[in-house]
Ligand binder design. Structure first.
Ligand code: PML
Length: 244
């Protein structure tokens, strides 16, 4: 039997950390101990443990490429170029970048979930824009093995856990029918972000923001006519990714 374990932590009502694992019964306690240590500061943590009825397997994650730039502007132009290879036009891509620059909340600031941006109209499609849509119920079939493979490819310790989580999440998103994703962290110390899609793979791009900027998040570019199916897959379908 497999379980979905999810954590979200807040500080003064603001989301500060989240994590997601699919584990067997023997791993539950160890995973929760890891969750508790994860956020640097929090005053509230919610942990959800749920038995999974069915699970789908994806044989390979999106292929990884990494690009470094001197300036954020160059990194953003490159991201727009990558998104165009997934059929996202420049105006819509710019709208996604603008949302992450100030945080996607309609009041400004970060939100817990992702923005769903209609690739044809540029409209936001999430039912609740203060919450966004969360991709949940996904993980690696053998997380430690994938971690070892990434280390062997020269991924440094500082990036490892985030890359593992973000690559699994982006792989599920594209599997669920998201056309492309744009992301960078809201962590002020983490400036690497990515674009992802079925043609471009998982394209890591640095720096997507200046150091110490506390805004970021995720934008999923979607076709409005397949919205319900995509949301159901992102939120409900349990997915394990087998390999790189
Ligand atoms: C990476 O490939 O280094 C991860 C980039 C995105 C991290 C997003 C996040 O942790 O919030």
């Amino acid at each position: 039997m497999l379980y979905s374990l999810r954590m979200r932590a807040e500080l003064k009502g603001e989301h500060v950390s989240g994590a997601e694992r699919i584990v067997g019964a023997t791993q539950i306690e160890k995973t929760i101990r890891g969750f508790i240590k994860r956020p640097r500061q929090y005053d509230k943590m919610v942990i959800t443990l749920e038995k999974l009825e069915s699970i789908e397997y994806i044989p390979r994650a999106l292929p990884i490429k990494s690009y470094d730039f001197k300036r954020v502007e160059e990194a953003h132009s490159f991201a727009i170029q990558m998104l165009s290879k997934e059929g996202i036009n420049k105006d819509i891509a710019l709208k996604g970048l603008e949302l992450l620059k100030r945080g996607p909340s309609p009041k400004g600031g970060n939100i817990r979930g992702a923005v769903l941006l209609d690739v044809d109209t540029g409209e936001r499609l999430e039912p609740d824009p203060e919450r966004g849509i969360r991709t949940v119920r996904f993980d690696w079939k053998n997380r430690e093995h994938i971690k070892k493979l990434l280390k062997e490819r020269g991924i440094k310790r500082f990036y490892l856990e985030r890359l593992l989580d973000a690559l699994a999440l982006a792989t599920k998103n594209i599997y669920c029918g998201v056309m492309a994703e744009l992301c960078w962290s809201d962590d002020p110390d983490y400036t690497t972000g990515y674009t992802a899609g079925k043609n471009i793979g998982y394209v890591r791009i640095k720096p997507m923001k200046e150091e110490e900027v506390p805004f970021g998040g995720r934008v999923y570019f979607v076709k409005g006519n397949s919205l319900e199916e995509i949301i159901a897959c992102l939120e409900k379908k349990a997915i394990l990714i087998e390999g790189l």
